[in-house]
Design a protein around this ligand. Sequence first.
Ligand SMILES: Cc1ncc(COP(=O)(O)O)c(C=O)c1O
Length: 182
Amino acid sequence: MSLATWQTAEKKHLIQTYDRYQVVLTHGKGVHLYGPGGKRYLDFLSGIGVMALGYAHPVVTKVIREQSSRLVHASNLFYTPFQSRLAQRLAKLSGLDRAFFCNSGTEAWEAALKFARAYARERGHRGRTRFLALEDSFHGRTMGAVATTATAKYREPFAPVMPGVAFVKRDDIKDLRKKFSA
Ligand SMILES: Cc1ncc(COP(=O)(O)O)c(C=O)c1O
């Protein structure tokens, strides 16, 4: 099948939220990705930084295969054998206390916004609700992420967004100081 076939099918059945590169990928192995007919690409993107172990790593493939035959999903209402083990490992490797598991970058960002609010509130700073974010940044597709994304085309179509956000110029310590205390 050609690129045009995929494009036509997506346009018809998929809400068009992304500009894609004119490339179709079918599989990967190690540091390479492959398209139809075996066209090979050296991967410098790594799924925007999430495929650090490469594609089709034999250990990762084995673990996914085994676990998918046991239990794929049980909800957060129950304990499963691996969450605490992974959290413990991450805490040890990072030197931080505890982990928060989520499914996407935008959820991680949303959690960070909520942790900041909870932190201020717990310390009695109920008025400290502002957020500073960088100009030219992107944080994801949820409403908190949209509110903290400076690029107008990502934010304005969803207005009114969460108030109390200021955008700081990159590499501009004066701007940061000014907006930090404002
Ligand atoms: C810097 C940054 N933050 C957040 C996100 C959102 O991540 P996700 O698509 O996993 O929600 C992205 C995705 O491209 C990103 O590049």
